[in-house]
Design a binder for this molecule. Sequence first.
Ligand code: 5GP
Length: 193
Amino acid sequence: MKLLKERIQKDGTVKEGNVLKVDQFLNHQMDIELLNEIGKEFKRRFADKKIEKILTIESSGIGIACIAAQYFHVPVVFAKKSQSVNLDGESFITKIESFTHKRTYDVIVSKKYLKKGEHILIIDDFMANGCAVNGLLDILETAGAVVEGVGIVIEKGFQDGGKMIRERGIQVESLAIVDGMDAEKGTVTFREA
Ligand code: 5GP
């Protein structure tokens, strides 16, 4: 998505440890006009899919998923990160390792909001090693939901997440795929569409 790549080049910054900061328009301040274009693009890429609900993970995925949901006309459910999970049998639970915070979270979704046979699109801001998306896929598998695809705003193509999930036969649509970053020079290179 050209608009997104241009914005990353203009306002993204590269940090040590393969972290791309996009706080200026996505992860802290949010550019709603850009998010609208992102939402439309996800709708275009998953136009032929039956999607009944969008699943994301707090916190950065929520705003993106909500705006996209207006084009799909479906509700959004976000998985909650929690440090003390109450194993009451009323929630689906999985563990996710955080790429940016280098720690593991329990992640939960109430069984009230994910039902067997529901058709789900996963949306998130970034894909790196695929831990976040894998955790959400685990939850969907336990719930018996149907995974229609994964929509990612920025995939870091030099990490393995996207490849791993595509190899499972899941449609992954990333609006910008970064193939390389250089923290010293501050440069970002994209995979050609
Ligand atoms: P994964 O679970 O695929 O390893 O990492 C994805 C999650 O880590 C995303 O939900 C995102 O919040 C965070 N993340 C991973 N890489 C980056 C990055 O380069 N920049 C930012 N801002 N977040 C990242």
